[in-house]
Design a protein around this ligand. Structure first.
Ligand SMILES: Nc1ncnc2c1ncn2[C@@H]1O[C@H](COP(=O)(O)OP(=O)(O)OP(=O)(O)O)[C@@H](O)[C@H]1O
Ligand SMILES: [Mg+2]
Length: 473
């Protein structure tokens, strides 16, 4: 069963294939597992997706939508002068994914799994299904994002979560924050409680940085700043877009460095932003996520220390302050991942293992309702994995670890480690002397001596006879 898993995110879409033999393979877009969920309607009517859309956005930002998922509650969106239904806008991104999946598989996937925020109600989930239909995909199984993440810990990492124990997922993406507590059941996970902040995501830090700059440059360069904030022509719209992109890049740099520069177009200034300044911008938002997580844990009637762990997923969880405020606020050091953007879809794909293709896993994420199949790999098999394989995917890394362009090659899942085939013992080599008997060589070497002896003896006999004859004569 060839299964395609898709996490359609506010900023990025991640898609992974699971082949018939159980191997999993991320789809790469321009060499990256993350496809920006952006669309751009070109003037010739073509719809560009991902990095192509981002590149072209500068030509005409009015024809660009960077985050169709964030527009889910708008019935339609405008790209240039064209009005398109929001499900159609989302479908363009999914079409791009579908085309790449078909190219890799040589045909369509048989099963599709799509993840969605746990708090999405039926109307939004139906829009996602509609978008998938537009994109020519078979009807997807819908999986709440935290259930995908929880499954990742058991199925992919092999983290043992005993039945009855709970864990918390801190999912901080581009558009939203979700805090969920799930409990391990005999058959999978059930959502015990969920809380979310629909207005807190990576984009809000970008806005925060621009607002922060406005406090200084809105005063010192009032006119130019006003043009940037309220562009009236294409040129200024381009500048505004560049500013937001630079703010996002600076934010990401500040997860690793102590300062970053942001070029301010229209005023030819390089603004300097320090980590301390960014922390000041980020703190109120991150504190809200911690409170939200506290509510989710309390709602699940758990204590932070009783959880198997608090796991950070989503790109914004790379901000170091997120981990440190969880530690101080909840008294638990959270667990982080090298590639927190791909955890949800990898886990969703792993639910139920290869045999789960037909098992229904969708359904509303109502608290207490089991939504996933059993983890695919029984604990015994997890323990059999040799250390080398576990090192391929370091389960816990600090968020400040440099972000690799490509994820480590995903391990085949649902395939217990086959014992190394026992090789038959190699035949023992024959002793050297037996292989090359020396006896004939010895014999050959003795022949000249024998001949010489005979010749000498013959000479002596002949000489003796000659002497005897001479004496008689
Ligand atoms: N090193 C970093 N430091 C801070 N933020 C980062 C870093 N790397 C990525 N991000 C942010 O993570 C966000 C994207 O994360 P992700 O791809 O998980 O979101 P998404 O799945 O698209 O969104 P959502 O789940 O909310 O729909 C962006 O806002 C991006 O700027
Ligand atoms: Mg996400």
């Amino acid at each position: 069963m060839r299964v395609l898993g898709i996490d359609f995110g506010t900023s990025n879409t991640v898609a992974i294939l699971r082949m018939n033999d159980g191997r999993v393979k991320p789809l790469l877009f321009d060499g990256s597992p993350m496809l920006p969920s952006a669309i751009f309607l070109a003037s010739d009517g073509r719809m560009l997706v991902g990095r192509d859309a981002e590149r072209n956005a500068r030509m005409d930002p009015a024809r660009f939508e960077p985050n169709p998922k964030r527009r889910i509650d708008d019935t339609t969106i405008f790209l240039g002068d064209q009005e398109i239904p929001v499900s159609r806008a989302m479908a363009y991104v999914l079409e791009h994914v579908t085309a790449e999946a078909r190219r890799q598989l040589g045909g369509p996937p048989e099963v599709v799994r799509m993840t969605h925020p746990a708090r999405w109600g039926e109307r939004r989930r139906n829009l996602l299904l509609e978008a998938a239909k537009f994109a020519g995909l078979p009807k997807p199984q819908l999986i709440p994002e935290p259930v995908g993440a929880a499954s990742y810990f058991t199925s992919v990492l092999g983290t043992a979560v005993p039945v009855g124990r709970a864990l918390a997922i801190y999912d901080f993406g581009g558009g939203t924050f979700d805090a969920t507590v799930v409990r391990r059941t005999q058959t999978g996970f059930e959502v015990l409680s969920e809380e979310g902040l629909p207005d807190v995501g990576g984009l809000d830090f970008d806005h925060g940085i621009v607002e922060h700059l406005g406090k200084t440059y809105g005063v010192s360069h009032a006119q130019a700043w006003a043009r940037l904030m309220n562009p009236t022509d294409d040129k200024d719209r381009r500048y505004r877009r560049t500013l937001y992109e630079d703010a996002r890049d600076a934010k990401q740099t500040l997860s690793r460095a102590s300062s970053a520069d942001i070029h301010l177009p229209t005023m030819e200034v390089d603004a300097h932003l320090t980590r301390e300044e960014f922390d000041g911008i980020a703190r109120p938002l991150i504190e809200r996520t911690i409170e939200c997580m506290q509510r989710a844990i309390a709602g699940a009637k758990q204590q932070p220390k009783d959880l198997v762990g608090i796991f950070l997923v989503g790109g914004s969880s790379r901000i170091p302050m997120a981990a440190s405020l969880i530690h101080t606020g909840l008294g638990v050091a959270p667990r982080t991942f090298e590639q927190p953007e791909t955890v949800v879809v990898e886990g969703a794909l792993a639910i139920g293992g290869a045999a789960a293709g037909n098992r229904p896993v969708s359904g509303p994420a109502a608290p207490g309702r089991p939504i996933s199949g059993p983890p695919q790999r029984p604990p015994m098999q997890q323990q059999q994995r040799p250390p080398m394989q576990q090192q391929q995917r370091p389960p816990m890394q600090q968020p400040m670890a440099p972000r690799p362009q490509m994820p480590p090659a995903p391990r085949p899942i649902q395939q217990p480690m086959a014992p190394r085939p026992q090789m038959p013992p190699a035949p023992r080599p024959m002793p050297m002397q037996q292989q090359q008997p020396r006896a004939p060589r010895k014999k050959a070497s003795q022949e000249p001596a024998v001949v010489v002896t005979i010749v000498i003896a013959a000479i002596l006999v002949v000489g003796f006879i000659i002497l005897l004859i001479a004496a008689l004569v």
